[in-house]
Each structure stands twice: as C-alpha cells, then as structure tokens.
Design a binder for this molecule. Structure first.
Ligand SMILES: CC(C)(COP(=O)(O)OP(=O)(O)OC[C@H]1O[C@@H](n2cnc3c(N)ncnc32)[C@H](O)[C@@H]1OP(=O)(O)O)[C@@H](O)C(=O)NCCC(=O)NCCS
Length: 159
C-alpha cells in the first residue's frame, strides 16, 4: 500500500488541500471544537503562500486523493544551537492508517529539516491517555518526551 501513496512537499498554491486535512485533524481530536473549514483554509493560504517559515507535505494516492498531511515550521533557541523545526500538525485519514503513511510524512519532515540545517524537530502530541497511540507513534520514530507543553490563548476565538 505504501507504494500507492506519494509524499511530496505541497506547493503553496495547494493551501486549500492542506487546510482541509488540518480541519479534519482538529475535528477528530476535538469533536466539539466547532472549527470552521473556511477559516482553516484561509489560515493555510496566509501561512503557506506568505513565505512565513511554514511548509507542508501532502500524502497523495495515485488517483490524486489526499490521505495525509504534515505542517512544519521553523523555530529558534539558543540552547538548541539556533534554528530547529516543529511539526505543527500531522494527520492521516482513518482509512489509510497503519499503512506507513505517517512514517513517510515524518521521514519527509526530518529530511526537510536536515536540508535546512536544523539540529532537531519537536512535536506536541494530544493529551494522554486518549491519544497514547499517537504518543507511542512518535516515540517509535525517535522522538523523546521532554515534559508537558503549556498553552495560553490570547482571545476567545480564532475568527
Ligand atoms: C498518528 C498518525 C499520524 C499515524 O499515521 P499512520 O499512517 O497510521 O502511521 P503509520 O502507519 O506509519 O504507523 C502506524 C502506527 O501509528 C500508531 N497509531 C497512532 N494512532 C493511530 C490510529 N488512530 N490508528 C492507527 N494507528 C495509529 C500505531 O502505533 C500504529 O501502529 P500499528 O499499526 O502497528 O498499530 C495517524 O494515526 C493519525 O492521523 N491519528 C489521528 C491524528 C493524530 O493523532 N495526529 C498527530 C497529532 S497532531
């Protein structure tokens, strides 16, 4: 099945395809979140077409169906030796899971980061125990737990 799916860096103009899959991801993780698809697509447009240090890879079948996505961005820390990467979103559609697509998206992200000279890449996983399989997926791909991730929202809504 792996051979039927191709992972490629998404050209900026594919922002709608990226935004749609990220919307599916959030709707799965937070079913009561009320996320709006058009808001996600517009945000994807701004981030991917605006040269803002945000990139994406799409996993696509031979008949041009998008079945997975990863978005990555560039961060920096003195203690990390400069620039490093963050996986912001990773998603594989349910009917294509456990076929190695997620692994291909991780490989693409790591390869991209190496080319940019990053020393590391980070990711925030959804909370356990509900999403323990996701955490295990990352641990199985060489990620290490470094502690809790905290979050403070600046406004009530992203509209
Ligand atoms: C986590 C995720 C990207 C893995 O993608 P994938 O294509 O299934 O990954 P692979 O086929 O390379 O590896 C499969 C492994 O992923 C892990 N996994 C984590 N969640 C899973 C899920 N919901 N379904 C299937 N496998 C899952 C399992 O360890 C699985 O191994 P197994 O098939 O032996 O049980 C995908 O399951 C997903 O999109 N989950 C929901 C969203 C999510 O958690 N995203 C990441 C956080 S933002």
């Amino acid at each position: 099945m792996k051979a039927e799916v191709v992972v490629q860096q998404a050209e900026p103009m594919k922002f709608e395809r990226v935004g749609n899959l990220v919307h599916e991801l959030l709707a799965e993780i937070y079913p009561d979140g009320g996320y709006k698809r058009d808001v996600f697509v517009e945000t994807a447009r701004v981030l991917l077409t605006g040269n803002q240090g945000v990139w994406s890879f799409l996993a696509t079948t031979h008949d041009d169906r998008d079945v997975g996505v990863v978005t990555i961005n560039e961060c920096a820390a003195i203690s990390s030796g400069g620039r490093f990467g963050e996986i912001s979103e990773l998603y594989v559609v349910p009917d294509h899971r456990s076929k190695g697509v997620g692994a291909l998206l991780i490989d693409a992200s790591v390869g991209f980061g190496r080319e940019r000279g990053w020393h590391s890449i980070e990711v925030g996983a959804p909370s356990v125990p509900r999403w323990q399989r996701t955490v295990d997926f990352y641990l199985g791909h060489g990620f290490e737990e470094v502690g809790p991730r905290l979050y403070r929202q600046f406004s009530e809504s992203v509209e």
